[in-house]
Design a protein around this ligand. Structure first.
Ligand code: CP
Length: 307
């Protein structure tokens, strides 16, 4: 198992199977303790959240996790900061680092930005999403949810559907799945939105996968269907976004054509690809998935801070 104390978390590959299983067990224990009241584990510790792209779930769940652990948060507000005067992202983070928080959670739009600055700052950084590259703690809560719902990850058949070209959750989830045995992934997307070669190169030979354009092409019984939205903000050509909009959508009718209805997951936010009619299905797990994020992120904070 990896010792995460004081470490940066920049990629799904910063974990391994044993570490994940430890974090999942710890998240379950913290869930139980937190249901009995706030705890004081992180008393005196400070986490800075530096989100230079919008977020609801990642930012709030990290903040809630830290506060519930008994720690404090400083939330950087880009719109009222000196970024507006032209200060660079790097200078901004160096300044925050100089005030000595115990942890920084960073979201930024450039792929590999946290990797490029990690040696320039002292504070451990958690990558809360770097452009199209990765979102490692999303994969953490995705697998935690599967582990809780299905009791295992080995041997599962998982459909990952949607914008696999620009989305960052599909790469991180795929990387984490390489730690488990006998997993098969079906990547379902319009051909323009297929997984990038950079991602395929990291999973080739480590998980079995197939690519297809439509959900109905899957003949196997899926255990999980993980849907993602079209990443409008990453399209340089708005007409391309309009052309691909609504090119995939999960409906109750489309699910009924499958051998069985798998558990349905989504990192959220959703737009048109997962209509509200799905919410009433017992297999719809995306709100539970978002809630799980707080507990597994609390477990991660605990490990990085060595609490
Ligand atoms: N899933 C996710 O990263 O959501 P936010 O963008 O709201 O943080």
């Amino acid at each position: 198992m990896k010792d995460l104390k004081g470490k940066d978390i920049l990629s799904a590959f910063d974990f391994d199977r044993e570490t994940l299983e430890h974090l999942f067990t710890e998240a379950d224990e913290l869930r139980k303790k937190l249901s009995e009241g706030k705890i004081k584990l992180a008393d005196g510790k400070i986490m800075a959240t530096v989100f230079l792209e919008p977020s609801t779930r990642t930012k709030i769940s990290f903040q809630m996790a830290m506060v519930k652990l008994g720690g404090s948060i400083i939330d950087f507000q880009p719109e009222s900061s000196s970024l507006q005067k032209g200060e660079s992202d790097l200078d901004t983070i160096k300044i925050i680092d100089g005030y000595s928080p115990d942890l920084i959670v960073l979201r930024q739009s450039k792929p590999y930005f946290p990797h490029s600055i990690k040696d320039k700052i002292e504070t451990p950084i958690i990558n809360g999403g770097d452009g199209t590259n990765e979102h490692p703690t999303q994969a953490l809560l995705d697998l935690y949810t599967i582990w809780r719902e299905l009791g295992r990850i080995d041997g599962l058949k998982i459909g990952i559907m949607g914008d696999l070209k620009y989305g960052r959750t599909a790469p991180s989830l795929s990387y984490m799945l390489t730690f488990f045995k006998g997993v098969k992934v079906y990547y379902i997307s319009p051909k323009e939105l297929r997984l990038r070669d950079e991602v395929k190169n990291k999973i080739n030979g480590k998980i079995i996968y197939e690519e297809m354009e439509r959900l109905e092409e899957i003949e196997d019984e899926l255990d999980v269907l993980y849907v993602t939205r079209l990443q409008k903000e990453r399209f340089s050509d708005p007409t391309e976004y309009e052309r691909l909009k609504s090119s995939y959508i999960v409906t109750q009718d489309s699910l009924k054509k499958l051998k069985k209805i798998p558990i349905i997951m989504h990192p959220l936010p959703r737009v048109w690809e997962l209509p509200e009619e799905i919410d009433s299905l017992p297999q719809a797990k995306y709100f539970e998935q978002a809630k799980n994020g707080m507990f597994v992120r609390a477990a991660l904070i605990k490990e990085i801070l060595g609490l």
